[in-house]
Design a binder for this molecule. Structure first.
Ligand code: GDP
Ligand code: MN
Length: 418
């Protein structure tokens, strides 16, 4: 899922008409001081990382003056929360909190729901999982009918909200649903939804996660890769993603694992797995013989030959790799001949450019016999450095890893001699 930082999500709250405290994001203590000055009121300084529980971890601090805000920022910036380094803080006007509520939506994929579930609770601030069920009002939303103001009013009333706050509270929850739909979210949460001493309702926090499949509909998000991708994408990553973005048939996942500077030291192989589990097995086998993967690639879900071809070409474009390894450690039910065709076309283009460059291919499963024939015929002229294996070795990671190592060593020798 494409996740948003609190301050980014709050921009979408603003657009949806959900009140948020006045605030600015800051990347240094000086910027935090300046932001606090502009806000001109006591502030709260909040770590911006893609993790909850920042309050408990010391990532949320109150500050009465701009100097205090600077000090809080210097303490929070660089901090690690759930393994993530804090690079930015949100400096926000402090709210005089009377009560903390919770409002949120998630997609429940269970057979009997299969749609958004709206939740509201008067026990906000804490983890919603630890709130007793009778303190949470839930509504399984029929997306055709949508949510009406009377629905959210009912939810508020059922949780004991009344008086002047009832209508503003119910209105915010309704707007939250509208924002959830408009932005194609899988999760959108306000925790805490704050009622202030002076009777106003504010979203004091925001957790926003958008459906990867819908990212293409939202160029305004500026998301470069429409799938969970927890690092800044490299050029290789972006090229790999472009195959997904332009062709939905089957999956091709590719991520750079080592930079060209790292691979220059040697010991790296262009890596191509089929299916997540099989790919893990293959990486283990490589690591056991002292080799590393330059990239992580996975072509599965019955990709087309053209998608496999593009992936192989991209893997082969990496500088410094000392071999190519297709780790098909599974009896895949996808038609493997698409893999065979894509591999043959790409390797016939690439191998003549790299004398002696070794290749180990393990490909098993549906249409295996035909696939093996395609590979063996298509790559016959490179027989001295291309080894092709079938189901006979599907459980034999140690043997296959050993073959990769042997061929890589032979390749090093021929290169050294040349
Ligand atoms: P989380 O712990 O990562 O979910 O971060 P939150 O943004 O939810 O903040 C945690 C807690 O800090 C909230 O539940 C509040 O109790 C407190 N907090 C956040 N903003 C304010 C504020 O403006 N004023 C006050 N008094 N407390 C705040
Ligand atoms: Mn929170």
């Amino acid at each position: 899922m494409a996740k948003f930082l609190e301050y980014q999500g709050k921009e979408y709250f603003k657009k949806a008409g959900i009140p948020v405290p006045e605030g600015e994001v800051a990347g240094s203590p000086d910027e935090a001081v300046a932001a606090a000055k502009r806000i001109g009121k006591p502030v709260v300084v909040k770590a911006q990382v893609l993790a909850g529980g920042r309050g408990k971890a010391g990532g949320v601090k109150l500050a009465s003056t701009p100097e205090e805000a600077g000090k809080a920022a210097s303490e929070i910036l660089g901090m690690k929360i759930k393994g993530l380094t804090v690079k930015q803080v949100l400096v926000e006007e402090q709210l005089p909190i009377k009560q903390e509520f919770y409002a949120g939506l998630i997609i429940n994929s269970a057979q009997e729901v299969r749609g958004p579930v709206l939740m509201f609770s008067p026990e906000g601030g804490m983890d919603i999982e630890s709130v007793p069920a009778d303190k949470i009002a839930t509504l399984n939303v029929d997306v055709i009918k949508g949510v009406m103001l009377h629905d959210t009013l009912d939810m508020c009333v059922s949780m004991g909200v009344d008086g002047a706050v009832l209508r503003p509270m119910a209105t915010v929850i309704l707007k939250l649903y509208n924002a959830f739909r408009k932005n194609d979210c899988r999760a959108l949460e306000i925790n805490p939804l704050v009622l202030t001493e002076d009777g106003n309702v504010y979203a004091a926090d925001c957790r926003m996660e958008v459906d990867d499949q819908a990212v293409f509909r939202h160029p305004e998000f500026g998301i470069k890769i429409g799938r969970e991708f927890l690092k800044e994408p490299t050029e290789l990553d972006l090229m790999g993603w472009s195959y997904e973005a332009s062709d939905f048939r089957g999956t091709s996942y590719i991520a750079e694992m080592a930079s060209p500077e790292e691979t220059a030291a040697g010991g790296y192989v262009g890596y191509h797995g089929i299916g997540g589990g099989a790919a893990m097995l293959g990486m283990d086998a490589l690591n056991k013989v002292g080799l590393k993967v330059a990239d992580y690639a996975d072509t599965s879900g019955n990709p087309t030959a053209s998608k496999v071809y593009r992936t192989v070409k991209l893997i082969m474009s990496q500088p410094n790799i000392e071999g190519y390894f297709l780790a098909g450690f599974m009896m895949a039910n996808q038609e493997q001949w698409h893999h065979a065709h894509g591999l043959v076309k790409a390797l016939r283009e690439e191998l003549p450019k790299r004398p002696g460059f070794p290749v180990v291919l393990l490909l098993c499963g549906n249409k295996e016999k035909e696939s093996q024939e395609i590979l063996k015929k298509g790559l016959a002229e490179f027989k001295d450095r291309v080894e092709i294996y079938d189901r006979e070795h599907v459980y034999d990671a140690k043997f296959i890893g050993g073959r990769v190592k042997a061929l890589v060593e032979k390749y090093r020798k021929t290169k050294a001699a040349a």
